[in-house]
Write a protein that binds this ligand. Sequence first.
Ligand SMILES: Nc1ncnc2c1ncn2[C@@H]1O[C@H](COP(=O)(O)OP(=O)(O)OP(=O)(O)O)[C@@H](O)[C@H]1O
Ligand SMILES: [Mg+2]
Length: 336
Amino acid sequence: MFNNLATSNARSLSESVLLKRAIVVFDGGNRTLKWLDIDNRPRIIPAFIKQFEPGFDDPTPDDHSVVISAGDNHFCLGAVARDMRGTPVFQDNKCELAKKLVLAAIEPHPGSSAVVVQRLVIALPNSRNQADIAELKKVEGTHQFTRNGQRITAVVHEVKPIDETQAAYNFAMKRDLYRSKRQLNGVLDLGGGTGIGRLYSVGGSLIREADAILPGTYDLARRISARITPQLTNSPDLSQIMDGIERQDFTLGTSGFQFQKQFEICREQWLSDIRAELRSRWNQWMSEIGEVLVIGGSASLAEPLEEATKGRFKVARHSQIDRFPQLISLLGMTAG
Ligand SMILES: Nc1ncnc2c1ncn2[C@@H]1O[C@H](COP(=O)(O)OP(=O)(O)OP(=O)(O)O)[C@@H](O)[C@H]1O
Ligand SMILES: [Mg+2]
């Protein structure tokens, strides 16, 4: 009897351990959706969403795509959504979409169809925006949905929003990426949507008045578009311009049209606007600032800024982590 009880307790304990995920982290950006999978591996998929009609245009999941059905809501995310001409997240509101997008990251352990998520950490541009938080909090509770053909029951105990730059700052402080902890340090996030510049006090508090919203890669693409449109029959797709910058072939889709010259000019103007904006916004703290860590997928585009400021603006680098500037936020979200 006693033995039976012990065995059944042990079994339910091991079952609940199997179900439980202490933390799931998700960074749903304007251009890429990022999360750590069940094996703690970073996943990066294109930020596109497409509704579909089951039985009519069923998408197939792959390494860069996720297919979700939740009630009457059927949608796919990632490469397949892009290929099916879905909506790019940057054309929508990523905070409103977040509660759908985040389902991509909610994955049970292999062999299980249920998962209990203790803490779901979601990056937000401004974690003080009550409307955004209220939307995300709706994810707390029990969900039944199908993810890549697998029926899942998920219980999410707590949704924890975190400011996009905060996680990167935490990671940088923990790993001593800033030269000095006795000065103000900052983060400049050059993602796919708008850029964000933020400063943190010596004690690690966010200095709200120093918040700077800056033109991001999207804006850079718009500038390039304005220059090349007169030479084209249709105005170019901004996603394709951003893809060309990322591939560093500066070619527009399959057209073979090259925009490297326009890119160089626009990048210089874009960086000088960012610098001017930060100079005026951060004027009163200038003498106290140690370093500003440049993160986000487009961080490498700020290398001229790094040179011009003799390293005060420092592009995030890591010898062992591929795409580190794009992943640093995600990595910082797992701690604390
Ligand atoms: N090697 C590269 N060189 C230049 N740009 C790049 C490179 N790799 C990625 N990018 C650009 O980085 C952007 C994506 O970065 P990231 O994933 O940080 O954005 P996001 O988090 O989706 O956007 P946001 O934070 O603004 O919502 C894309 O616009 C892409 O063009
Ligand atoms: Mg981002």
